[in-house]
Design a protein around this ligand. Sequence first.
Ligand code: BES
Ligand code: MN
Ligand code: MN
Length: 455
Amino acid sequence: MGPFEYLKENQDKSLEQLKDFLRIPSVSAQSAHKDDIRNCAQWVSDYLIGLGLKSELCETGGHPLVYGEYHVSDDVPTVLIYGHYDVQPVDPLDLWKTSPFEPIEEDGYLIARGATDDKGQLFAHLKGTEAYLKTVGKVPVNLKFMIEGEEEVQSENLDTFIENNKEKFAADIVVVSDGSMYGRDLPAINYGLRGIAFVEVKVTGPDRDLHSGSYGGTVANPINILAKMIGQLHNDDGRIAIDGFYDNTYQMTDWEKEQITKLPFDENEFKASTGSVKLWGEKGFMPLEQTGSRPTLDCNGITGGYQGEGAKTIIPSWASTKITMRLVPKMKPGEICDKIEAFLKKICPDTVKLEVIKHGGANPVLVPTDGPWLDAAAKALKTAFDKEPYFTKEGGSIPVVETFKSALGIDTLLIGFGQHDDNAHSPNERFLVKDFHRGCVTSAALFEELSKVKA
Ligand code: BES
Ligand code: MN
Ligand code: MN
C-alpha cells in the first residue's frame, strides 16, 4: 500500500482523530482556557511522537509552541510546517446550531470551532506525514513542525522565540495551510497576506453617567463624539481619511492584475455570500482588489452607555471602540498606529478626554510567485484536486509569515484548504470533509514533489 491508498483507506479514522483534536477548547484569548490550551499542545505533540517524530512543547512566555522534527537525509530539503492549534472565542454562543467543541458532520461539512482555522488544515499535514511513515516507512523530505498556540492573539511571543532559536527552525521552505482555496473545487496558491494594526480608542466626558434631562445640552456626549470621530475616518469615496495613511502603499503589478482577471468572480454571488444589502468599498477598486491589495479600516466593536432593557436617560460617561486596519506591503503597523493616533487627536474636540492604546500588529507579506518550490506546490494541488491552482491574495493576516522571511530568510508556500464561507471566527465554523481529505492528499503529494527540488 502507498501513501495515497493509506489516506483513502483511513479516511474515517482520520476524521475521528480530527474530531478528538477539535474537542479540546483551545481558545487562546481567554484565560479560562489556559489548561485547555496546554492540553491541546500536548495532544499535537503526542500525535507527532506517536508517528515516531521527535517533539516537545516549547515555552515562549505565552502559550506553548509545539515543535516536531523528522530527519531522513542530508540530501533532501527540510520543510518547515507551520500551523496554529489555538482557536477564536466561540461567542455569540446562541448562534451555534451545535456545541462548538462537539464536532458534528452535516451536509458534507465538519462543524466545530477550529475546523477550518486551523486545526483541520494543519492536521492534514500530520496525516500526509503519517501516510508515508506507515507505508513507505519514511518521508521523502526532512520535516520540522512549528504549531503555535497564539496565532489568534497576534502571535505575541513568536518573533522573539524565533529570533532566539534560529538554528532550530532552519529550513529550506515553509508550508502554511491556514487560508482558503479560491472556491469550491478550485485550489489556489496564495502569494500575499495583508498585515494588520490594532488600536483601542476611548473618549471620556463627565466623570459619571449624568441625567440627560438635568444636564443634556450642557456637556458633550462621549458616544455622540466618538461616533462622529469614527465617521470621519473614511471619506465619501470609501478612502481612509487619516493623514499619510496611503503614503507607503504598494501598487499592484500587471501580473497581479492579470491573475485577478483569470479568476471566475461573480459580484452578485459575492454580495449574497455576505448577506449584505449592497456592497461598499474604496471607489475604483473591485472586491478582490479591495480585500487583497488595498488597506482598509474597521471598527470591530463599540461600547458605551446603556443598552439594557427599557429606558435609561443618561449622558454616558464614556464610549470606546476597537479598530483594526489591514495593511498592504510597505505599510508598517507601528507607523500606522501613530498616524491614526495623530489623526484622532486632531479631530477630537476639547470637550472630552481622548485615550488611544496602540497594540502594534503584523507585517504584510508577499511570497514568490514562481520558482521550483511553487511548481512543486502546484503539482501537489493538481494531484489532489485534479485542477491547476489559481494565484490569489488573501485579505487576512498570519503574522509569522513575514518573520520567516525577515528573520530566517525562508520563503513560504501558502496553500489553504478552507473556503471563504467556512465561517472562520464566526458561529458554525466548518470545513468540507472532502477538502480535509484532499488536503491530506495534497500534503503527501507535496512532500514527494518537494523532495525533488534541489535545496
Ligand atoms: N487563518 C487566519 C488568517 C487568514 C484569514 C488567512 C483569511 C487567509 C484568509 C488567521 O488565523 C487569522 O485569523 N489571523 C488574524 C491575525 C490577527 C489576530 C493578528 C486575522 O487575520 O485577523
Ligand atoms: Mn488561522
Ligand atoms: Mn483565525
